[in-house]
Design a binder for this molecule. Structure first.
Ligand code: PLP
Length: 411
């Protein structure tokens, strides 16, 4: 059986071990929820203080030019493009994932008229499905939404299909779609594809252009460590940028916002996807989150993540057998995103007991515990500790307490 000292030597061998230094992490805590809210980069605190003490308070409105507030959305976008395998002028930071999804779905439907069918899968993240439902219900264009089984998406794609919307990693089970193969197969039918990268970008290499992806959106506050409610990013392949009409035509997407014209005229390129004034306090934090990836190989990030996930699964097999846990994530790391999920009859209570003991993962209905693997700041020794604590919680039935069985508003 593996012991802790072996895990410590794996930490010493990791190419990413120096990065933990770049984050603030609470004492006595093993944080395995970076797929919901990434840890805080140390730089974010300093950057927020600079914003407070100099930029907002002293430079005030001049900061838009003097402190580069105005170009942050495209600057961070061009940095994120490197993580997503896109060109710098194909990515921009804007709004939330939900809002960006709305904008890009409308763009795609306009391009692919008169096709009317949108397909997504029933394991997609709820907001993605809800936004699609809202579009179909509010546009009144005889649009049709098919929410199908995840393993059966392709059999529903036909020559009526305008757009397929998929999340690369299943937020609950961690199953991974093959982006290249799915994109090819969807486009073969003349449909467009939109990928949601919220659980993949920042956790693994992504090749949007090598996969010929049409559109993508991604969350900023998960694996990108952009801070609570960080703005999201969107990607539009260059070939579509001159063919889109985005629906939220705010002044920041105008060709010349400060001409104050009465007529909307879109900016050229990716900037036309902007809508209103960006949240600068959040943007500066996102910039810090993204800067941690500077010079990093995403292949290294993926490789450590796979090894850590495998270690977690192996230790759970060895230490926690017979306590009613069952793995819902793929055992094969090549088919898995960067978290590991287990079912347990009392998953919510077990997770509450774990959190009380300093192991922070989360719970998803109906009975799933998720443990995020974030090798930028999680260590092999943390995985070892986490599983030992899990074993204790199960063995002693620490979870079997009234207060753990009652669900909080945010799980
Ligand atoms: C987290 C997540 C979102 C979040 O959307 P918000 O608009 O930021 O609330 C969207 N889609 C997926 C797949 C996610 O994992």
């Amino acid at each position: 059986m593996l012991d802790k000292s072996h895990c410590i030597s794996m930490d010493e061998a990791s190419r990413l071990s120096h990065l933990r230094e770049s984050f603030v992490l609470p004492e006595e805590t093993i944080y395995m929820n970076g797929n919901s809210l990434g840890a805080m980069p140390k730089g974010a605190r300093d950057r927020l203080l600079r914003l407070a003490d100099h930029e907002w308070s002293q430079d005030l409105i001049q900061s838009w030019n003097k402190n580069d507030w105005f170009v942050l959305t495209s600057f961070i976008g061009s940095e994120l493009a490197k993580l997503a395998g896109a060109d710098p002028d194909e990515v921009i930071v804007s709004d939330s994932t939900s809002v960006n999804l709305f904008k890009l779905v409308i763009c795609a439907l306009n391009i692919n008229k008169p096709r009317k069918k949108i397909i997504t899968d029933n394991n997609n993240f709820p907001t993605d499905i809800y936004i699609l439902q809202g579009i179909v219900n509010s546009l009144g264009l005889e649009l049709e939404l098919d929410v199908v089984e995840s393993n059966d998406v392709l059999s529903h794609v036909d020559t009526e299909t305008a757009l397929v919307v998929l999340s690369q990693v299943n937020y609950r089970t961690s199953e991974l779609f093959n982006m290249f193969e799915m994109t090819q197969a969807v486009q073969k039918q003349g449909a467009l594809i939109l990928w949601d990268l919220s659980h993949s970008c920042g956790a693994m290499p992504i090749q949007l252009n090598k996969c010929n992806v049409d559109f993508a959106v991604c969350c900023g506050y998960k694996f990108l460590n952009g801070g609570p409610g960080a703005p999201a990013f969107l990607f539009v392949a260059k070939k579509w940028q001159s063919k889109i009409d985005q629906p939220l035509t705010g002044w920041m997407g105008h060709r010349d916002p400060f001409a104050m014209s009465t007529d909307y005229e879109p900016a050229t390129g990716i900037k036309q996807l902007l809508t209103g004034t960006p949240p600068i306090a959040s943007l500066v934090c996102l910039a810090e989150g993204v800067s941690v990836f500077n010079g990093l190989s995403m292949d290294d990030v993926l490789s450590e993540s796979e090894k850590m996930g495998d270690l977690f699964i192996r230790l759970v097999d060895e230490l926690c057998a017979g306590y009613g846990l069952s793995l819902v994530s793929p055992k094969d790391s090549k088919k898995r995103g960067s978290h590991v999920a287990y079912q347990h009859e009392y998953a919510y209570a077990v997770m509450q007991a774990l959190i009380k003991k300093g192991v922070i993962g989360d719970f998803r209905v109906p009975n799933v515990m998720r443990f995020a693997i974030t090798p930028l700041y999680l260590r092999y020794q943390d995985i070892w500790e986490a599983v030992s604590i899990l074993k204790g919680v199960l063995e002693n039935e620490d979870w079997n307490k009234k207060e753990y069985l009652k669900m909080a508003a945010v799980t």
